[in-house]
Design a protein around this ligand. Structure first.
Ligand code: HH2
Length: 265
């Protein structure tokens, strides 16, 4: 899943794809690089982010969703029911819901639904990074939401532990270490570690200072590879080409040279 933030303020690519023409071109580039889903978002949900007005969010995403839906499966990254509904009408087939509350819209529209764990709204979520057992608390919350959605008639449901959403580095690491607990629920799992700040801290620069957002590619690929090899179904990344290589090497996608190449070294 390639990330397409049509926002001025996303934590790693804010402003880069705010112009719809640039956004659509970047979406197409990600498809050419091997993305099978493009995740279009019009609101940053980084820690501390303030909610965007509905009309503005709609203005940012709709033309982009419509154009990209002609060439790839599109998910809409939103917490707003009206935006989700309009994006599905424009061609999106998945609602990527960091609030894990929009299953009624998925049920009503027939879209797939991603339920992500976030313990509180972005402006205050880091104050809620308190868990006795982060792995079982996140799992129980997601399973409850996913089962509710299934019972409401949503046919495709993914669960996502919400790396970095109301979590400290140690919580993110525990969730990564125990992905099998999420996989064992039987719901397909989606995960997004891409460029997130805990990677900068855990894989710092040579002088020990945290790696900047644009210097977290290796850590993103490492954690994404870990996730794929531990049963995760979808990885959400900004840099699609290296992630696709990682997925291929992990044996989860057809890799022609491996499949056919007895003599390939
Ligand atoms: N992370 C972000 C946004 N949406 N959706 C899912 N399902 N899982 C995630 O981990 C996830 C997500 C945050 O990343 P990004 O979109 O790059 O940043 P911002 O929220 O600042 O736009």
């Amino acid at each position: 899943m390639g990330v397409l933030n049509v926002t001025p303020d996303s934590f790693s690519d804010g402003g880069q794809w705010l112009d719809p023409i640039a956004a659509i071109a970047h979406g197409r580039e990600m498809v050419a690089a091997g993305a099978t889903i493009v995740d279009v978002g019009g609101e940053s949900t980084r820690p501390g982010a303030v909610a965007v007005a509905e009309a503005e969010e709609l203005r940012r995403v709709l033309s982009v969703v419509e154009a990209l839906a002609e060439v790839v499966q599109v998910s809409i990254d939103t917490r707003n029911a009206a935006v989700a509904r309009a994006a599905v009408a424009a061609g999106a087939t998945i609602i990527n819901d960091v609030s894990a509350q929009l299953w009624p819209v998925a049920a009503e529209t027939g879209a797939g639904w991603v339920a992500m764990h976030m313990p509180a709204e972005p402006p205050v979520m880091q104050q809620h990074a308190r868990y006795d057992d982060v792995v079982s608390e996140v799992r129980d919350h997601l399973v409850e939401r996913a089962e509710t959605a299934r019972a409401a008639g949503v046919s495709e449901v993914w669960i996502d532990p919400g790396i970095g959403f109301g979590k400290l580095a140690r919580h993110n690491l525990l969730l990564l270490r125990h992905l099998d607990t999420l996989v064992a629920t039987g719901f397909p799992v989606l995960i997004g570690t891409s460029r997130k700040s805990f990677l900068g801290v855990l894989a710092p620069q040579g002088d020990g200072t945290p790696a900047a957002t644009d210097d977290r590619l290796e850590a993103t690929v490492a954690t994404s590879t870990w996730a794929i090899t531990h049963g995760v179904d979808v990885i959400r990344v900004h840099d699609v080409a290296p992630a696709v290589q990682a997925v291929r090497l992990a044996g989860e996608a057809p890799a022609p040279s491996f499949a056919t190449g007895g003599s390939v070294r």
